[in-house]
Design a binder for this molecule. Structure first.
Ligand code: NAD
Length: 497
């Protein structure tokens, strides 16, 4: 196999030395010491990350709040220039991030290459978004000068998950920064380095003003108090959350009570529908990537593969054979598409879902077993709407294939779901594909591709329990700004006294 290009940083793949929390442009120790970050591929302690408490979160919010007015007052072109610089530094440090991502979140090296290739574009799109906020001059009944403007919200708390840490932390804050907000970023306790601390290093190298980005990392033990501060502090104007539906719902609830904006990107149980006229090669390729990329630990994973019954035998023969070709093992090797699950808790969650599915009577065609954190890619059939596996997110390498008599039944199976993030439809007829895609209850849907797809400038987001709000391009500008109305009186308005 060829060496990955660019070669990954082997020293960083071995261990990372954290400098501390990044608050107000300085590195400082956390109040509660450090916590261990494990490499899921081998169980070794890869880093010791600072373990923040509420007090540290307060300090980070204070630093962001102090830095924000000057940041917002900069010419927007200067904010854009700094974001472009972040993209350049990220590219220059790509080998570091590839090494670190593969070690910290157990992703296959090609997933790390994808993530490090994609993320600079998130910052370049954010830089472009700095040019977008525009105002309007309104007609006025009283001949006032009447202006509508967009203004930043102040401090935005960004809380991100572990599965695609560099990209999702960046997506959560790129445009928010571009339009003049300052950030407190709290990455997942599984990926505090690639989701936060290394990003702070990049911002420092890019020359960002101190305090505009602050990073607090903490263990599971401290996340409730740190998370509460990031939502409840009166100095925080909005929350950008990506993660599970359970946590996102509670954060959106708190934010709603406090009348703060919250953009919450949550879990999924996405359907990939294979219509009777589908090209089977496209169907198998899309289903295999959709179900198994990053061990199925993607919010847009194809968790329900709904195949027209006319194609049942042909699809299953090809799909099961293609699944068995996938290689499981050391994620630093290009030839192993399937690496470890993030941790034992996540692997046990998959065990439990599959154990219940077995009791419920599903049939296994491949996989179903694991060695340590390495799960074999698993194919099951026979899941019915009264079973847990039909409804609950698995977040593991499990392809749940079901069969439908025609497109109406396929759409009904897809829509029988509390989630609604992404979807896809495989067909040789693009018009038919779009018509079916329009009937699926999801924020996003793709014809003739897999469910896992994103671009930095599109409105990314879900419906139902998959979230509220949209990330990307001008939709993020709306999310992270407030509309304000300003007038100038010029003597035309009569008051009663
Ligand atoms: P999670 O909800 O456990 O954690 C997400 C973040 O929330 C982490 O930073 C975590 O530390 C933090 N958190 C946990 N408890 C908190 C609390 N009480 N207050 C504040 N913050 C708290 O999710 P996860 O396991 O990291 O990620 C997997 C989930 O994320 C899956 O459900 C997946 O579908 C979803 N996800 C969604 C998207 C999307 O764009 N829709 C993208 C990636 C992942």
């Amino acid at each position: 196999m060829t060496v990955p290009s660019p070669p990954f940083n082997k020293a960083l793949a071995e261990s990372y030395q954290a400098k501390g929390l990044s608050i107000g442009g300085a590195w400082r120790p956390a109040s509660d010491g450090t916590f261990d970050v494990l490499n899921p591929a081998n169980g070794h302690v890869w880093a010791k990350a600072p373990d923040a408490t509420r007090e540290d979160a307060e300090a980070a919010i204070d630093a962001a709040s102090a830095a924000q007015p000057a940041w917002a007052a900069l010419p927007f072109t200067e904010r854009a220039r700094l974001l472009l610089r972040v993209a350049d530094v990220l590219e220059a440090r790509r080998a570091d991030f590839v090494g670190a991502l593969t070690a910290e979140c157990g992703g296959w090296i090609r997933k790390s290459l994808f993530e490090t290739g994609y993320t600079p574009g998130v910052y370049r799109a954010a830089a472009a978004a700095a040019y977008l906020p525009s105002g309007e001059t309104m007609p006025s009944d009283h001949l006032k000068t009447s202006i509508v403007e967009r203004q930043p919200l102040g401090v935005v708390s960004v809380i991100s998950p572990w599965n695609v840490p560099l990209l999702l932390s960046s997506r959560g804050m790129g445009v928010a920064l571009a339009v003049g907000n300052a950030i407190v970023l709290k990455p997942s306790e599984e990926t505090p380095v690639t989701g936060g601390l290394m990003i702070a290093e990049v911002f420092e190298e890019a020359g960002f003003p101190p305090g505009v980005l602050n990073v607090v990392t903490c263990s599971r033990d401290n996340v409730a108090e740190v998370g509460d501060e990031l939502v409840a502090s009166p100095k925080v104007g909005a929350i950008s959350f990506t993660g599970s539906t359970a946590v996102g719902r509670s954060i959106a609830g708190k934010a709603g009570h406090l009348l703060k904006k919250a953009c919450v990107e949550l879990g999924g149980k996405d359907s990939l529908i294979v219509l009777d006229d589908a090209d089977l090669e496209v169907a198998v390729k899309s289903a295999r990537f959709g179900a198994f990329f990053h061990q199925g630990q993607i919010c847009m994973s194809a968790e329900k593969i709904i195949v027209d019954r006319k194609l049942e035998d042909a699809f299953m023969t090809k799909f099961v054979a293609a699944t068995k070709e996938l290689r499981v093992g050391d994620p630093t090797m290009m030839e192993n598409q399937i690496g470890p699950m993030i941790n034992e808790a996540q692997a046990r969650k998959v065990d439990a879902r599959l154990a219940q599915a077995r009791i419920d009577g599903v049939e296994f065609h491949a996989g179903g077993t694991r060695e340590g954190l390495y799960y074999q890619p698993t194919v099951i059939t026979g899941a019915a709407p009264d079973m847990e596996i039909f409804h609950e997110e698995v977040f593991g390498p499990v392809a749940n294939v079901m069969f439908a008599d025609g497109e109406d039944e396929a759409i009904a199976l897809a829509n029988n779901c509390r989630y609604g993030l992404s979807a896809s439809v495989i067909t040789r007829d693009e018009e038919r594909g779009l018509a079916v895609a329009r009937r699926i209850e999801s924020g996003m849907a793709h014809v003739n591709d897999t469910t896992i797809y994103d671009e930095p400038t599109i409105p990314f987001g879900g419906v139902k329990s998959s979230g509220l709000g949209r990330h990307g391009g001008r939709w993020s500008v709306e999310t992270f700004t407030e509309t304000r109305w300003l007038t100038v009186e010029r003597g035309g308005r009569k008051t009663p006294f």
